[in-house]
Design a protein around this ligand. Sequence first.
Ligand code: ADP
Length: 298
Amino acid sequence: MQLSIKNLSKTYANGVKALDNISLEIPKGMFGLLGPNGAGKSTLMRTLATLQEADQGAVKLGSIDVLENKTALRKVLGYLPQEFGVYPKVNAYDLLQHLAILKGVRQKSERKELVNSLLERVNLFEHRKNHVNSFSGGMRQRFGIAQALIGSPKLIIVDEPTAGLDPGERNRFYNLLSEIGEQIIVILSTHIVEDVKELCNNMAIINQGKLLFNGKPSDGTDALKGKIWEMEMEKSKLLEIQSQVQIISKKLVAGRPLVHIYSEEHPGFDFREVQPNLEDVFFSKILGIKPTRSSQLV
Ligand code: ADP
């Protein structure tokens, strides 16, 4: 089963074009939707989750017309929104029971078995009697995945799930998601390049509502081979050369700027060629750099 998005557009009442003719084919597995804040990710995720309307376009999950037949889609959807609100003073077991009832798991013994197995799966069984609002960020997100898994969904959408998680929690969350992604379509929307690098076989980059890249992370890095150069320099040097080179990123390493630039030839100075990474792909797409000899992907 595949999720097929065709020419999807959405302009808000204030004139912001949040989605601008987006077309994407999303296969089974982990799919990363990467974009800076304000790119249109949540608008796309909410539209796919049938929580808001598009102005035009079509979305199909297998044979389900997502925009027309919202009820059919909701039956096979698991959604973890950016803000996952929980009822205060309800423990994890009872809350999951309640959500399972809402999702139509009527039979008591079946529900009990389901809730216990989901709590095991997300590694929260031993915390099942604790209130969900006392959970850490990572535990809360894992609980969010447990509720998204009720009803054996075929599509799971997680919106910015790792914000605020510490590295250990993030790793546990990654492992859980990639396990799930072996069987169904999981769309992970994020502005964190690392999330996509670690997890996703396929990805897209969007910015200002436009699709800038769609492919495998390695397609993106391969297209930049031989064109990314790195140099560590003093801040004064950076100021001197920044108008002469196409800077992709700069970060401080031990107080000194480490600069990545895009250049089709050796750019001079003391730049050395480096293996392109996904961050280079991300920033070069956001900056609108088009390699001349590229395996054109969009
Ligand atoms: P992202 O999830 O990538 O941060 P969003 O989809 O939330 O992006 O937002 C895309 C753009 O649409 C932003 O410019 C945002 O300010 C705007 N936007 C989002 N929701 C609304 C809304 N309800 N009304 C008006 N503008 C909105």
